[in-house]
Design a protein around this ligand. Structure first.
Ligand SMILES: O=P(O)(O)OC[C@H]1O[C@H](O)[C@H](O)[C@@H](O)[C@@H]1O
Length: 487
């Protein structure tokens, strides 16, 4: 059964051949075309990227055909392209934006469709709302008088770089080298070279294959790579670089005596980092590590952008250095905006996305991995050891996210309950602040906090807790589950 086409936290996602069909992909493409044409920028063209999933090339071809019918030039990225690379290509071509076909870290039956506007970061809700409205009009057969939906007779757009009748001459548009040049400007590759590192890389069969190994290999790093072939089944797992899914990377780092393990998700916009001791470094640990590195080693000064679900350890650091914190709903689109508009030097989120000043406002797992290598190279010790120094200065926080599977009925019931959810105390601490940017966040007198929100990408409720001790964390999780009848 087909569902309504909607752009969630990060694009439209659907099950291939159920709702992610060629017809629907063409429909959404026409809606995007209508949007860029309504902005008067369609003639600048759209970059088109895709990951390594089933039928990726064929879906990309369908998108290209539709865009060309709307007289929108297409810059088709050669082969699989990571989301940050597709986004960066917008700036290279001064394009009107990009379409990225990917379901990121979702299971194999899924595919997805992201629209990345001209500013090279995820589309903001007012843009996706317009696209959704265009979809509705097209489905209803309503006239759209502000743009042309049918090709004018005898006039077609063209595929830029196209020299033959094939839709893609791949060798002619590869943003690989330019992107590598861009991140090489940001990362201190000389420090990495001097450190003589060994790094194990797991691109999780995704679109990021080839990037980290190329850049680090050229910087003299001894690399070991696995899961670096195209497999739309992702080796039987999910292409999501979490502590649970990176068991082989942990083992290889430990057994091989490597300094670091670096993983990417299916479209390489998220990172997964393993320290030399085989321990997973969570994004809530890595973001403060990086902010601290930017403040103390690179000597940058500026605010930080984080989502409601992301660690407040960043706030403690920002406070010490007299910097502001911009808190937003979940979704990198908001962080990207704060990077662009508020001069933030780092923006990141708990789910494993980050970018920094000087780069595109799109999350980039490749850049994150390179910066992890820079940190290890600079400090001459593992990330866990650097983290200990940070905890000594700023105190340690314990955070965890619980994902609760839900049915549409349960989801409605919980959302209803959340409207009036206002406990005065949790785990014996007074609730001192209620934040309703995204779900309900309750901040306690001692700085601990809980957040309950519905996922925008999966049929899940998420309970996030950050506490001052493991015991407090457990107690808060139990209390919330009990209060919401989720046991
Ligand atoms: O918690 P969700 O709504 O499922 O979103 C989780 C994540 O999904 C995608 O990866 C988005 O790009 C992220 O910005 C977001 O944090």
């Amino acid at each position: 059964m087909s569902h309504k086409i909607a752009f969630g936290t990060d694009g439209w996602r659907g099950i291939i051949a159920d709702d992610f069909t060629f017809d629907n992909v063409r429909l959404v493409t026409r809606a995007v075309a209508a949007y860029v044409n309504s902005q008067g920028i369609g003639q600048r063209g759209l970059v088109l990227g895709r990951d390594n999933r089933f039928l990726a090339e064929e879906f990309a071809q369908a998108v290209a055909e539709e865009l060309i019918k709307q007289e929108i030039p297409v810059y088709l990225c050669c082969g699989a392209s990571p989301t940050p690379v597709t986004a960066y290509a917008i700036t290279l071509r001064k394009a009107a934006g990009a379409i990225m076909l990917t379901a990121s870290h979702n299971p194999p039956p899924y595919n997805g469709f992201k629209f990345i506007p001209e500013y090279a970061g995820p589309a903001l809700p007012h843009i996706t709302k317009e696209i959704e409205e265009n979809i509705r009009r097209l489905q209803a057969g309503e006239p759209c008088d502000f743009y042309k939906l049918e090709p004018a007779e005898g006039r077609y757009g063209h595929l830029i770089e196209e020299k033959s009748s094939q839709i893609c001459d791949c060798s002619e548009f590869s943003p690989f080298e330019d992107y590598v040049g861009q991140v090489s400007e940001i990362v201190d590759l000389e420090a990495i070279r001097r450190a003589g590192l060994k790094i194990v890389i797991d691109p999780m069969y995704g679109a990021g294959i080839g990037y980290l190994e190329h850049i680090l290999g050229n910087a003299g790093v001894e690399t070991e790579v696995f899961n670096n072939i195209r497999d739309p089944l992702f080796g039987g797992t999910l292409p999501e670089p979490t502590g649970k899914s990176l068991t082989e990377l942990k083992n290889r780092v430990k057994v091989g005596g490597a300094h670091l393990g670096l993983a990417l998700d299916g479209d390489a916009d998220r990172f997964g980092i393993i320290d030399s001791n085989g321990e997973y470094i969570t994004p809530n640990q890595f973001l403060p590590l990086l902010y601290y590195h930017l403040l103390t080693v690179k000597n940058w000064r500026g605010p930080v952008a984080r989502t409601v679900a992301t660690t407040h350890l960043l706030d403690r650091m920002a406070g010490k250095y007299g910097q502001r914190v911009f808190e937003s709903p979940v979704g990198f689109k908001y962080i990207g905006q704060n990077l662009l508009e508020k001069g933030c030097i780092i923006g990141g989120e708990e789910s494993g996305g980050l970018s920094i000043k000087g780069h595109i406002p799109e999350k980039d797992g490749i850049l994150a991995g390179l910066l992890a290598a820079e940190m290890v190279a600079h400090h001459g010790k593992g990330l866990t050891a650097i983290l200990q120094d940070i905890y000594t200065q700023f105190g340690q926080l314990y955070s965890e996210r619980l994902d609760i599977h839900t049915t549409p009925e349960l989801k409605t019931a919980i959302l209803e309950q959340l409207k009036t959810f206002a406990p005065g105390k949790l785990a014996g601490q007074q609730v001192v602040e209620k934040i309703t940017l995204d779900g309900i966040k309750l901040v306690l007198a001692d700085g601990a906090w809980v957040l309950i929100r519905a996922s925008g990408t999966e049929p899940l409720f998420r309970i996030y807790v950050e506490a001052n001790s493991p015991e407090q964390k457990k107690q808060l999780q139990e209390e919330i589950k009990q209060l919401l009848n989720l046991n």
